[in-house]
Write a protein that binds this ligand. Structure first.
Ligand SMILES: C[S@@+](CC[C@H](N)C(=O)[O-])C[C@H]1O[C@@H](n2cnc3c(N)ncnc32)[C@H](O)[C@@H]1O
Length: 205
């Protein structure tokens, strides 16, 4: 594992900014990355898989990048859905600063960068995308996913990318058991990409 402690909420490791060019089939942008924030100096392979997949993405409304890091997911959502507002949340203060700067340098004014506690409680999300922080541990990850995926709007869509060896398959079963209709849509280079929707019970239709 990298010696950069990206899972610190307030990294003290000295800053060493590196810019990364992200090129996707439909868009491209440059983002600054830093030590103490996930994927310093590169675009993470799992994140790249998510961004290159053809996933449902609401064109308008409120979207969420859960655990934004330097912001590659939030920036892509904001570019693809200019009429939407993308909430980019992270507990890591350096990540939030980077993501806000990256939105600005790319002229994206439809991204709101926030600490998770700052998100209004009544906000619901039409799309939630995440490369989630698996390394926080199983219980913390489950709590995090229940909290945020539970805030999908009734017809909303989520997408998660997870390393197979970090328990992707058992996470899929867990999501299904907890009311999220979860499908594996890609499996590549040791990663699983899942899409999910809220399961509607017959009596709720
Ligand atoms: C695997 S990284 C993904 C970062 C970025 N989305 C990317 O793809 O490069 C997961 C992120 O989740 C953040 N995180 C950890 N715990 C969190 C929590 N409770 N709420 C929100 N974000 C959290 C970490 O700080 C980290 O930036």
């Amino acid at each position: 594992m990298s010696s950069d402690q990206y899972f610190d909420d307030d990294p003290t490791v000295p800053s060493n900014p590196l810019t990364v060019d992200v090129t996707l089939p439909d868009t491209a942008f440059t983002m600054e990355t830093d030590r103490g924030v996930f994927s310093h100096g590169h675009l993470d392979t799992a994140t790249s898989l998510l961004l290159r997949a053809e996933l449902p993405l609401a064109a308008a409304g409120t979207l969420l990048d859960l655990g934004c890091g330097a912001g590659p997911i939030a920036l892509t959502m904001a570019r693809r859905s200019p009429a939407a507002t993308v909430w980019a949340i992270d507990v890591n203060a350096r990540a939030r600063d980077l993501c806000a700067r990256n939105a600005e340098r790319n002229g994206l004014d439809n991204i709101v960068v926030a600490h998770p506690d700052e998100v209004p409680a009544d906000l619901r999300f039409a799309t939630i995308w995440s490369n989630p922080p698996i390394r926080v541990g199983k219980q913390a990850l489950h709590d995090l996913l229940l909290t945020w995926l539970g805030r999908l709007s009734p017809d909303g869509h989520g997408a998660l990318v997870v390393q197979k060896h970090l328990g992707a398959d058992s996470l899929q079963r867990w999501l299904i058991d907890h009311g999220f209709a979860t499908e594996r849509v890609a499996s590549k280079s040791g990663f699983r990409l899942f899409t999910l929707t809220l399961q509607h019970h017959e009596d709720q239709r």
